[in-house]
Design a protein around this ligand. Sequence first.
Ligand code: S3P
Length: 177
Amino acid sequence: MSKIKIPNIFLIGFMGCGKSTVARELNRQYNMPVIEMDQLIAEQEGMTIPEIFSTHGEGYFRELETKLLASLADQSGCVISCGGGVAMREENVVLMKRHGYTALLTASPETILGRVERGNDRPLLNGHKNVADISALLNQRLPKYIAAADFTVPTDNMSAAVLAVQVYEKAVSLSNQ
Ligand code: S3P
């Protein structure tokens, strides 16, 4: 049972901004059930995210993201850790705003690089694991992230435990308005 008296919290932001880590911490501290979008999509498809991209293409994956978001309509009090591309689609933003608050996690390109360097689970970063390429994609996406966000939490040099408190408190204060 969640103690929370607020709607869902959607964690949005670029790859490596800490969405999954902060989601786990919101679960640990506030008992909020976690919905990890990438993990659910991979389970439903029986493939890893890179396999979905290489087999069906990015467009197919984006459709799965939108379908999954739409299917979350009956959830409340959950934290939804969104893939980094979710906030790029207007219809996804409408769905998120209808069902909760959107918390944008941000980080510098240097911090992001440090967090994504290992692992090959992010197809869009293959061959682009350097500050210049990450900066370019981040800057291209930033206006949409900001437009989609109810509030923003910078994550550089912050512990996940403190970030979870910040996200939770901001969501609570919005729900009390
Ligand atoms: C993506 C981010 C990834 C995953 C996919 C595409 C993106 O999720 O959904 O590789 O377009 O930014 P994370 O942000 O959890 O890494």
